[in-house]
Ligand binder design. Structure first.
Ligand SMILES: NC(=O)c1ccc[n+]([C@@H]2O[C@H](COP(=O)([O-])OP(=O)(O)OC[C@H]3O[C@@H](n4cnc5c(N)ncnc54)[C@H](OP(=O)(O)O)[C@@H]3O)[C@@H](O)[C@H]2O)c1
Length: 333
């Protein structure tokens, strides 16, 4: 990698890959160098939309490309694990979409490999890197909310009208938890710290995936996380963080552009935290990756390997308890 330019490759040319390609075009010092899809024609169409990066015939060819520094994995969930292993074994830094992998054992395996290879591995939980979230952390550190007691959030999108789609497909690792519920869980982890235990209830639909779900987490250093996620009901993407002195609210946690700190019953606004960056939220993932590479890190301080392993553990506990039976082949090491 040259010092001034980070060259990215994208594996999987689906919906979220377009957003990352657009973000890469906005950040100086980063360039989309090559793309690959299962079907090279699809990759060629994608490349034509995004400034004509090189098109590689296969994922394997992309991962072996000596001109690529970082691979962004944008495939469906059950394909993350083998691709992360291949990418790290090819000497690439990896930014992988959430959820990192399907099980805790897989998370430990990819983290072990990243450490052994001394390569950056980031679970692309983009909310972690958003300016308003960083401002909120600073406000909390300055004592603005007092002692945190609860983090409540929802990610429910409805969407029965859009059937059939990936989220309802067990063989494509669908389900409300892995696609959506991961956000409330990760938010509680981010603000309340390590999770001690989780209690959850969910409903499995006709296709075998969880469609409706709620959980409560208790955290090692105190506080409760309360999260809901759903594919059935049209809900919110809102968050509320309660402290002993004040609360923080945002109508949209994914990502929050504006967070209001206010008193409870009095409803008095204390401060409004705003993301004035004026860029798409994925730009912050790109910038975080650039920072980590420049500092020689193998993990992001905002989304550490320990946090990814912990998330994988509690996601796995939850989908297993809900009764979702993902194909064994997707859970294997
Ligand atoms: N950060 C966010 O806001 C956000 C939002 C949505 C999704 N995501 C995450 O991004 C990732 C991709 O989601 P998406 O919505 O972009 O998914 P998608 O468009 O349905 O699929 C992404 C890619 O996965 C591969 N794929 C699809 N079906 C497959 C199958 N049956 N077998 C093998 N490969 C298959 C395809 O790669 P090819 O192009 O190579 O064929 C496809 O382009 C997921 O991890 C998801 O959770 C993140």
């Amino acid at each position: 990698m040259t010092e001034s330019l980070v060259r990215w490759g994208i594996c999987g040319c689906g919906s979220i890959a377009h957003r990352m390609a657009r973000a890469l075009a906005q950040v100086p010092g980063h360039r989309l160098g090559a793309v690959a899809a299962r079907d090279p024609h699809r990759a060629a169409v994608f490349a034509a939309d995004h400034g004509h990066p090189q098109v590689r015939e296969t994922y394997r060819e992309l991962l072996a490309d000596p001109l690529i520094d970082v691979v962004y994995i944008a495939t469906i969930h059950n394909h993350h694990y083998p691709l992360i292993l291949q990418a790290l074994n090819s000497g690439k830094a990896v930014v992988c979409e959430k959820p990192l992998v399907m099980t805790e054992a897989q998370a430990r395996a990819v983290v072990d490999l990243a450490r052994a290879k001394n390569l950056l591995l980031i679970e692309a939980l983009w909310v972690r890197f958003q300016p308003a979230v960083l401002q909120l952390h600073a406000a909390i550190a300055a004592g603005r909310l007092g002692r945190l007691t609860m983090v409540r959030s929802d990610f429910s999108i409805g969407g029965d009208h859009k059937l059939p789609d990936r989220k309802h497909d067990l063989t494509r690792a669908g389900g409300a938890l892995l696609d959506l519920g991961i956000y409330p869980l990760a938010l509680a982890q981010d603000f309340l710290g390590p999770i001690a235990e989780i209690v959850s209830l969910g409903e499995v639909g006709g296709t075998g995936v969880d469609e409706n779900l709620g959980f409560v987490t208790r955290h090692v250093h105190g506080g409760l996380g309360i999260g809901t996620a759903g594919l059935r009901g049209v809900g919110t993407i809102a968050m509320e963080i309660y402290g002993s002195e004040a609360l923080a609210v945002s109508p949209c946690a994914c990502p929050p552009r504006e967070i209001t700190l206010r008193t409870g019953w009095g409803n008095q606004t204390l401060e409004v935290l705003r993301d004035d960056s004026g860029v798409d939220g994925f730009v912050h993932t790109v910038r975080e990756t650039g920072r980590c590479l420049a500092e020689g890190r193998i993990e992001s301080p905002r989304m550490t390997h320990a946090q990814s392993i912990e998330l994988a553990h509690f996601l796995e506990v939850t989908w297993r308890k809900t009764g979702v039976a993902y194909p064994e082949v997707d859970l294997a090491l």
